[in-house]
Design a protein around this ligand. Structure first.
Ligand code: GRF
Length: 181
């Protein structure tokens, strides 16, 4: 069985869904020492690691994150609202072992503001995707997707909430399959 390290930057609701689904999580790490999800993980007895890249540079920061993940025994990395781009070097060191959840039906709407872009385009269906992370943003192999309807009076916030609920169902299901491969 593979063991997962989760990288977060913020509230960490996807991380919580993964933990609550029984995914074997050995470390929750963040680039933001004040990320609310870190305290939640610590309270549940999960090891955490926090380091800001500010002042030390991206290479040194990533080397520390890499070392923390390996020391904790992680063999898979799940990105869950992690707001930094991993370097090509880091991705190469974890080739095919990093997965991400993205709030759109990829290949539509890579990057940010996915919900506003879906509404603006007049889409009737939105959703989320779990994919393998490669050097190219939001472009690795798809592992699974979930669709949700876009309602006529949706705002980016109401659509985001509906998609987030779908993320919390999709990510644990796909990651469970991924770690037991
Ligand atoms: C989610 O919508 C996720 O798809 C995106 O960032 C958001 C993170 O939410 N990558 P959370 O931190 O998991 O609550």
């Amino acid at each position: 069985m593979k063991t997962v390290g989760i990288l977060i930057s913020g509230r960490g609701s996807n991380m919580m869904a993964l933990v609550e689904a029984g995914i074997p999580v050995a470390l929750v790490a963040s680039d933001r020492p004040d990320a609310p999800g870190l305290a939640w993980a610590r309270d549940r007895g999960i090891a955490t690691f926090a380091l800001s890249p500010k002042g030390i540079g991206k290479a040194a920061y990533e080397a520390e994150v890499d070392a923390a993940l390996r020391a904790a025994g992680c063999t898979v990395i799940a990105l869950a609202g992690y707001m930094r781009l991993l370097s090509d070097d880091f991705v190469a060191r974890w080739r095919d072992q990093i997965v991400n959840i993205h709030p759109s039906l990829l290949p539509l709407y890579k990057g940010l503001d996915t919900h506003a872009r879906a509404i603006h385009a007049g889409d009737r269906v939105a959703g989320c995707s779990v994919h393998v992370v490669t050097e190219e943003l939001d472009a690795g192999a798809l592992l699974g997707q979930a669709e949700v309807p876009v309602l006529p009076d949706d705002t980016p916030d109401t659509l985001a909430a509906r998609v987030l609920a779908a993320e919390h169902r999709l990510y644990p299901r796909i990651l469970k399959e991924f770690v037991s491969r």
